[in-house]
Design a protein around this ligand. Structure first.
Ligand SMILES: NC(=O)C1=CN([C@@H]2O[C@H](COP(=O)(O)OP(=O)(O)OC[C@H]3O[C@@H](n4cnc5c(N)ncnc54)[C@H](O)[C@@H]3O)[C@@H](O)[C@H]2O)C=CC1
Ligand SMILES: O=C([O-])CC(=O)C(=O)O
Length: 311
């Protein structure tokens, strides 16, 4: 199976590293516009093969889309990341043009591919990719919820003082500092509601920390995070290529589900060989439904800024 990653920067290269290390695909192509950069990243990753023991073939190219031909999955991580103090939404001006042209180039060589959109503002970039390519909705998947959910479980595990892998939880809604919805009511510690162990105040703090999880790391690192984002993309790609049918919160086109239409927003999806196999209704309560509607309003307003790019 072949995966192309467009944008060999922090997130793209980290994703290629996890995909090869875990043997998720047999071939990974990294593509970047910076001369020699993707080639260098690919060579560096390939020089791990004998020490970490993988057989994936990783190669790098400078803007040569012919090398991406017949990719099963293409990941878009090209574009600029935010700096401390910025929101993801502020990246739209530069990233919209990049994402649109990348998506169009990809399709020339891989008309049957599934596209995973990572560049921010991710929900709006996913919607843009869908509109610009006209691909069926099951083949355009925005990655944000997998990462946000892993951060949610990290903060829950810290509050519970228990291992993160014993914690279940999901974040839906927009992939933004104010639009994310950590579902604290449904989170559990090995099946028991986390509310059995944490006060409302503690749960509120976990939710608040999760929502600004990306901003916190951006403040610490000077640019946005990459290890967990790269690993989250690899997790999603694994579920597609190996038809795992995992339930993962992803940004996908809604056509009435969760009361929304004509918008890409994070909802629980079954992810398998066709991309989005199913959108799962996890039965939100009235308060959660209202928060979801507010999140959708904010993302829809952002999508309005795409008019010029889509014209
Ligand atoms: N959805 C999510 O959960 C996450 C999204 N992101 C987003 O992912 C994007 C990438 O972040 P980083 O890897 O940290 O940035 P980075 O700056 O390290 O890498 C971006 C790469 O894209 C390349 N690039 C720019 N224009 C291109 C084009 N037209 N064609 C091919 N390559 C091009 C650049 O040369 C650079 O190497 C950002 O927009 C960031 O906000 C980052 C983390 C998580
Ligand atoms: O915070 C950012 O800008 C990058 C991102 O989406 C994340 O790490 O969640």
């Amino acid at each position: 199976m072949k995966v192309t990653i467009v944008g060999a920067g922090n997130v793209g290269a980290s994703c290629a590293d996890v995909i090869s290390y875990r043997g998720i695909a047999s071939e990974v192509v990294l593509l970047d516009i910076k001369e020699g950069f993707a080639e260098g990243k690919a060579m560096d990753i390939m020089q791990c093969a004998t020490t970490t023991g993988f057989n994936t073939q990783v190669s790098g190219v400078t803007n040569d889309y012919s090398k991406t031909v017949n990719s099963d999955v293409v990941v878009i991580t090209s574009g600029i990341p935010r700096k401390p103090g910025m929101t993801r939404e502020e990246l739209i001006g530069i990233n919209a043009g990049i994402v649109k042209s990348v998506a169009e180039n990809i399709l020339k060589f891989s008309p049957n591919t599934i596209i995973v959109v990572v560049s921010n503002p991710m929900d709006t970039m996913t919607y843009l990719t869908l509109k610009a390519t006209g691909l069926p909705k099951n083949r355009i998947i925005g990655m944000g919820g997998a990462l946000d959910s892993s951060r949610f479980k990290y903060y829950l595990s810290k509050a519970l003082n228990k291992p993160a892998n014993d914690v279940q939880g999901m974040v839906i809604g927009g992939h933004g500092d104010t639009t994310m919805i950590p579902l604290t009511r449904l989170a559990s510690y090995n099946g028991a509601p986390v509310a059995n162990y944490l006060s409302q105040e503690e749960l509120d703090k976990v939710a608040a920390d999760t929502m600004v999880g990306g901003a916190t790391l951006t403040g610490l690192l000077g640019t946005s995070a990459w290890y967990a984002p790269g690993a989250s993309v690899a997790y999603l790609v694994d579920s597609i290529l190996n038809n795992q049918n995992k339930m993962i919160a992803c940004s996908v086109l809604l056509e009435g589900e969760y009361g929304q239409s004509d918008i890409c927003l994070g909802v629980p999806c079954i992810i398998g060989k066709n991309g989005v196999e199913e959108i799962v209704d996890i039965k939100l309560n009235d308060a959660e439904k209202a928060t979801f509607a507010k999140s959708a309003d904010a993302v829809r307003a952002m999508n309005g800024d795409l008019k010029a790019v889509l014209a």
